[in-house]
Write a protein that binds this ligand. Structure first.
Ligand code: SAH
Ligand code: SF4
Ligand code: F3S
Length: 461
């Protein structure tokens, strides 16, 4: 269907779902004749796929697109697009700050992207499409998406969110929760597998509430179906909501070999008072009991979480309950954020906002504590042999800092629990699932030796 000729640059801000959506946008652009470029200065169309979860992410989008105001006076044919969550939130208001912008493409408007490109190419200057829709945009993977990561891919299985946590914009910018048809998901994963992909991460804002009622299909049922696809070695999923973490799902993680023993389970706070104000739907104790159930079923399971500090009404005592929970839960890693006021979310109207300096201070305390906990957890892996899916050559080697010898190369991959492992390899290929014996730990990764190499060494001796 190639209609035009040109180059497209896509900047993706935000969560894994945006990474997935950007691939779809790249696919549409490719079918319209726009090839991907890594150099924004030579692009004929620039897309920023945006995130509005926190103020900083939103500002990043405006400042990135703002750069093209001057460029557009120099190259009037340049098309600039704001896509995704900020686009959905701002609508035509986006033009107030970005008068040179051509297209505001909301989260539910991706199926019309091609038609909008046509209109812009025929001379239309400004388009806003933030129409809401219950439909989920379906597009099969196109070949451009296999260039960057040849091993692992994201697959969005549901859209939107119905949970309405009081701090969060997602229900407003992504709409109501809706699950994709299993046939479409499985077909997409089969194509990925045929193209050499070994690992898929199933995505949803509340992935464990996936379900197609008419077919009696729940999330664990979908995991089972995905696990039957030949060529896929590993299945991950994110993000799970603690209130929907069923026994059935815990058993699926325990029993389906391909499902990685890792759960990302955002807790947000360790204080029941704050959890209630956040509208999270669980207490500290029910959260901790879920974690205990996961560890009982799979003792070696990796756990990670998200935390917000400085939510309105959070006192020092509430914050200490969060520190205390972190110690009790022994997460492998955490993502921590200072609360950011979002005008569309109800918490923006809460009184008792916490001072910015206090939020920063709490964030630092939390991160410091987790650093020591992560270090301890990583140290416990020394001497263990872990299965690692090889993703590529390590950054150092890619950047030319280490001179690769023909025989031994430095490679990188991930354990089931999602820890990064570097290792020297002799004959191991990208996409292999290998056993690595962990020998050393770094703050954010592990170092090991291939177990096969060790057998070989023993034989020589
Ligand atoms: N759907 C997922 C995650 C959504 S966004 C869930 O429910 O857990 C990812 C993380 O961003 C959240 O877990 C939360 O920790 C953080 N977050 C969301 N809104 C925020 C806000 N207004 N300020 C600071 N952090 C926020
Ligand atoms: Fe936001 Fe809560 Fe939905 Fe997660 S579950 S996307 S935090 S509203
Ligand atoms: Fe951000 Fe939208 Fe994802 S707000 S976190 S890009 S769903």
């Amino acid at each position: 269907m190639t209609k035009y000729k040109g180059l497209a640059f896509i900047n993706t801000i935000g969560c894994q779902m945006n990474v997935y959506d950007s691939e779809k946008l790249a696919g549409i652009l490719n079918s319209y004749g726009f090839e991907k470029t890594q150099d924004m200065d030579e692009a004929d169309i620039v897309v920023c796929n945006t995130c509005s979860i926190r103020h900083k992410a939103e500002e990043k989008a405006f400042s990135f697109l703002g750069r093209f105001a001057r460029e557009k006076t120099r190259r009037p044919h340049l098309i600039t697009v704001m896509a995704g969550c900020v686009a959905q939130q701002e609508g035509k208001k986006a033009f107030d700050r970005l008068p040179h912008l051509n297209l505001v493409l909301g989260t539910q408007a991706f199926s019309r992207f091609g038609a909008h490109i046509d209109a812009l190419k025929s001379g239309t200057q400004r388009i806003v499409d933030i129409e809401e829709s219950d439909m989920i945009f379906e597009a099969l993977p196109d070949e451009t998406c296999f260039e960057e990561n040849k091993v692992s891919r994201f697959v969005t299985i549901m859209q939107g969110c119905d949970n309405f946590c009081t701090y969060c914009v997602v229900p407003y910018v992504r709409g109501r929760e809706r699950s994709r048809a299993p046939e479409a998901i499985l077909e997409e994963i089969r194509i990925l597998a045929r193209n050499g992909i070994k690992e898929v991460t199933l995505l949803g804002q509340n992935v464990n509430s996936y379900g197609i009622r008419e077919q009696g299909l729940s999330f664990p049922g979908l995991l089972e179906k995905v696990s039957r696809i030949e060529g896929i070695k590993r299945i991950r999923f994110a993000t799970s909501h603690p209130k929907d973490l069923s026994e059935e799902l815990i058993h699926a993680v325990r029993d389906i070999d391909k499902v990685c023993r890792h759960v990302h389970l955002p807790v947000q706070s360790g204080s029941d008072k704050i959890l209630k104000k956040m509208n999270r739907g669980y207490t500290r104790e029910t959260y901790l009991s879920r974690i205990r159930a996961l560890r009982e079923a799979c003792p070696d399971i990796g756990l990670s979480t998200d935390i917000i500090v400085g939510f309105p009404f959070e006192t020092k005592e509430d914050f200490h309950l969060t520190l205390d929970l972190i110690q009790e839960a022994r997460f492998d890693s955490i993502f921590a954020f200072a609360y950011s006021d979002r005008s569309s979310a109800p918490a923006a109207k809460f009184s008792s906002q916490v001072e910015e300096t206090e939020k920063k201070d709490r964030l630092n305390q939390l991160l410091e504590l987790q650093e020591t906990l992560t270090e301890k957890k990583n140290r416990a892996e020394i001497g263990q042999t872990l299965g690692v899916l090889v993703e590529g050559f390590s950054a150092k080697e890619r950047d030319g800092f280490v001179k690769p010898s023909a025989k031994t190369r430095q490679m990188t991959g991930r354990t089931e629990s999602n820890k990064i492992v570097h290792f020297a390899s002799d004959g191991i290929k990208i996409g292999d699932l290998v056993d690595i014996k962990i020998e050393k730990t770094y703050p954010h990764s592990l170092w090991g030796t291939s177990a096969a190499d060790q057998c070989w060494e023993r034989k020589i001796k």
